[in-house]
Design a protein around this ligand. Structure first.
Ligand code: F6R
Length: 244
């Protein structure tokens, strides 16, 4: 098994530059690349850096396709804390992505059917070339919470109390995140050709250590990545502090 490669930086800004460079490299090698995208606080400076690269003429998304990891169930369309709104604000609204090639999981109507169609759309696109991942304090990837099977596919999931609490600050005062979401499965994620997992801050250090320095276990979903041959972990010193 090839171990994950660790790229450890002094600052979150340097992490963002390195992750944006890996997106740029993926697009340079294959302009029609399929990108697996994540949301969350970690990715705000990363997408800002990607947009800066685009504005400098360094990259184009004109022929690219994207699939996001997850979306909340039950938010009104266009809700400011939906992951579609996040992606529009942080990335899609600033670059030349064709809107019919940016995908987020379907969360209305027949959700089970929408999940099957999401899997089919990923397969039809040829599979994900580069999957970006954050990590939850409980080790979740996407919204695959602890206990998720490593073979799991895109599906409806319940969020844990700790995830709901961690994401409450993304919502307007007085509102809290929905209790359910649709997420790509761990099995779906593991089919990506390359994976870039990003962790910034001391509050991710325990999850990162358990994920990569202990035996894989469903108790830490990110530990499933030990079974993937091409994972790069981009992190700052705080997140890396318990890796030794
Ligand atoms: C987001 C996602 C989540 C986040 C994780 C870390 O699409 O799938 O797994 O990556 O919760 O979130 P932040 O970056 O806000 O700490």
């Amino acid at each position: 098994m090839t171990e994950a490669r660790f790229c450890i930086f002094d600052t979150a800004a340097e992490v963002a530059t390195a992750v944006a460079a890996s997106v740029a490299e993926t697009l340079a090698l294959k302009p029609s690349a399929v990108l697996g995208l994540a949301t969350g606080k970690t990715f705000i400076p990363i997408y800002a850096e990607v947009v800066a690269l685009y504005r400098r003429g360094g990259i184009s998304f004109a022929d690219a396709t994207s699939f996001n990891l997850d979306e909340y169930i039950g938010l009104p369309q266009g809700h400011i804390a939906s992951f579609r709104a996040y992606m529009d604000a942080q990335l899609f609204g600033h670059v030349d992505f064709s809107s019919d090639r940016t995908h987020l999981p379907g969360v209305t109507g027949d959700i089970e059917l929408a999940c099957e169609r999401y899997e089919q759309a990923i397969a039809n696109s040829g599979g994900i070339d580069l999957q970006l991942l954050g990590i939850g304090q409980n080790g979740h990837i996407g919204f695959n919470e602890p206990g998720s099977a490593f073979e799991s596919r895109t599906r409806r999931v319940a969020l844990t109390a700790s995830t709901i609490e961690a994401n409450t600050s993304d919502f307007p005062p007085g509102e809290s995140p929905p209790a359910e979401a649709v997420t790509m499965g761990i099995g779906t994620i593991l089919e990506a050709h390359k994976i870039a997992l990003v962790a910034v801050g001391a509050n991710k250090s325990d999850a990162l250590r358990t994920a990569f320095k202990e035996a894989p276990s469903v108790d830490n979903p990110a530990s499933a990545l030990q079974g993937h041959g091409s994972v790069t972990v981009y992190c700052d010193r705080d997140a890396a502090s318990k890796l030794v």
